[in-house]
Ligand binder design. Sequence first.
Ligand code: GLN
Length: 197
Amino acid sequence: MRIGVIAIQGDVSEHVEALERALDERGNEAEIVAIKHRGIVPECDALVLPGGESTTLGKLLIREGISDEIQEMNDAGKPIMGTCAGLILLAKEGDEQVERTHQHLLGLMDTKVNRNAFGRQFDSFETELELPFLDSPYNAVFIRAPGIVDCGDDVTVLAKIDDMIVAAEQENVLALAFHPELTLDSRIHQYFLDKLF
Ligand code: GLN
C-alpha cells in the first residue's frame, strides 16, 4: 500500500508522522510518499490533502499537473482525506471570496464552503467534537478554519459547530475543517486507514 500526502505547501510532515503513528498502532505497513510533482498520485492507494493556504495550494496543484491526477484517483474510488485548506479544495462551490478570486477547487464533494468560517475573533480554538465513528469526543484543533455551509444529499454530515459543518464524508472522500495531525490522538487517521485496510 502507498499513501500520498500532497506536499507542495502546508502542514505535510505532521500528517506523515500521524499516518506513521496510526499505521504502527494498528500493525499495518504502508509506504508514505510526499507528493511535490506529477506522476506519483496514480501510484497511490490513498491521498491526504493537508491544511495550508487553499489559494496557493490550488494554484500549485494546477501548475504541477496534480489536479487532474486527483480527479482520476477520485473516479477510481480511492480514499481521499482533506483537512482544513484540504476541505476547501475538495468542495464544489465556495463563498463570495472564493468566487471573486476564481480560486481553484477540485469539486470532489457536493459542498459549498466558507473559507474563513469562524472569523477573526476565533482565529484558532480547540473544542471537544462528537463524531459518529468515535465512542468519545475528539479534541479538535481549528486554525483559521473553513466550514461547509451547504451540501447535497450525497454528503453525510459528521459534525457541526452551531450551523457550520466541520466534518463530512461523501463516499470515498472525508473532509475535516480541523487538524487531526496536530494532536497525538490518532483516531481520525485510524478511521481514514480503515477505508484502506
Ligand atoms: N482558511 C484557510 C484558507 O483559506 C485554511 C486554513 C488552514 O488550512 N489552516 O486556505
